[in-house]
Write a protein that binds this ligand. Structure first.
Ligand SMILES: Nc1ncnc2c1ncn2[C@@H]1O[C@H](COP(=O)(O)OP(=O)(O)OP(=O)(O)O)[C@@H](O)[C@H]1O
Ligand SMILES: [Mg+2]
Length: 307
């Protein structure tokens, strides 16, 4: 339903997007992940018709965003990175004003409905500028939802919020995601995991990984990680010990209360090999735990190069 094809965006010398391709079917909740400067906001700004790409296309329901900006904007509700709210207005007046722009028929009912959904009932008669960041985000969300758009685009909806507010915004997103296509960007991996069915990791203006969170975790190239504590060897002994293991890396090697503690990363499961080789030493294996790959590790692996 949304089709992003070969999207390129240059800001002067800076190439923000470098051939981005993503297909988003109707009704999917999709999280865009990526480090600072990856091109998330740029992608969302092009999708919502606020800036034009240098080349490539985004089509929404078959309509090119550049050729049909008005029609496409009608389908999309957008919460930008920093929500440009009219800060002097009361929340109610602001939403009333947005309802006017969007041509909403029964304004009081719609505003009430959104106030309930976004949890802003108790701040309706306060000036927007006096709200906490979390409440401002909620007002921004209500604004984006006003015309009941088919597609909701949220640029870091939870940035700068406290854990309670994050949980609340996340549950609102999940609720909305039952009926709508939702695309949101985030740095918070657990959020992507909790709220969306699909994650697209963007790095340097390109798709670095794309799939369900489970699929990304199970991907072959995501490797294996084992945590060990061994009593007896020195740090140098451990480095020697693993020298003939191929394609492995030792992480966080340090002296622990009970012995030497470290993590070993490799493509395959090395637990058996490690055990067999340890039998030839007089060291004591105190702990050997296979760590489940977290999305966090995968994200770091994919995006660490050149950072
Ligand atoms: N208006 C602009 N003029 C010049 N360069 C820009 C502009 N907007 C973005 N860029 C550059 O384009 C690249 C992508 O920026 P973008 O804001 O899309 O990244 P992002 O993934 O949203 O990052 P963040 O996580 O920090 O929000 C960055 O290198 C950024 O400096
Ligand atoms: Mg951004």
């Amino acid at each position: 339903m949304i089709s992003i094809e070969n999207l390129v965006k240059d800001y002067g010398e800076t190439r923000a997007l470098n051939g981005l391709n993503v297909e988003i079917p109707r009704g999917q909740v999709i999280g865009l992940l990526g480090p600072n400067g990856a091109g998330k906001s740029t992608t969302l700004r092009i999708l919502t018709g606020y800036i034009n790409p240098s080349s490539g296309t985004i089509k929404v329901k078959g309509m090119d965003v550049c050729e049909h900006p008005i029609e496409v904007k009608k389908l999309i509700g957008y919460l930008p990175e920093s929500a440009p709210l009219y800060t002097d207005m009361l929340v109610y007046d602001y939403l009333n004003y947005i309802a006017d722009i969007r041509g909403i028929e029964n304004k009081p009912d719609r505003i009430k409905e959104l106030a309930g959904l976004c949890g802003i009932m108790e701040v309706m008669h306060r000036p927007v500028r006096d709200l906490s960041k979390g409440y401002k985000q909620r007002v921004g969300l209500a604004q984006a939802l006003m015309a009941d758009p088919e597609i909701l685009v949220l640029d870091e909806p939870t940035s700068g919020l406290d854990p309670n507010q994050i949980a609340e915004i996340r549950s609102i997103i999940r609720e909305i995601g039952r009926q709508k296509t939702v695309i949101f960007s985030t740095h918070i991996l657990s959020e992507a995991e909790a709220a969306c069915s699909r994650v697209v990791i963007i790095n340097k203006g390109m798709v670095a990984a794309d799939g369900s969170t489970e699929m990304l975790k199970n991907a072959e190239n995501s490797g294996q990680s084992i945590e060990l504590i061994i009593d007896g060897p020195s740090i140098a002994d451990i480095k020697n010990f693993f020298e003939d293991f191929e394609d492995t890396s030792i992480i966080d090697l340090h002296q622990h209360d009970d012995g030497v503690k470290f993590e070993i990363n490799s493509k395959s499961d090395l637990r058996k090999d490690i055990y067999l080789k340890l039998k030839d030493t007089d060291w004591v294996l105190l702990e050997m735990v296979q760590k489940k790959q977290s999305l966090e590790n995968i994200f770091r692996d994919i995006t660490k190069e050149g950072e």
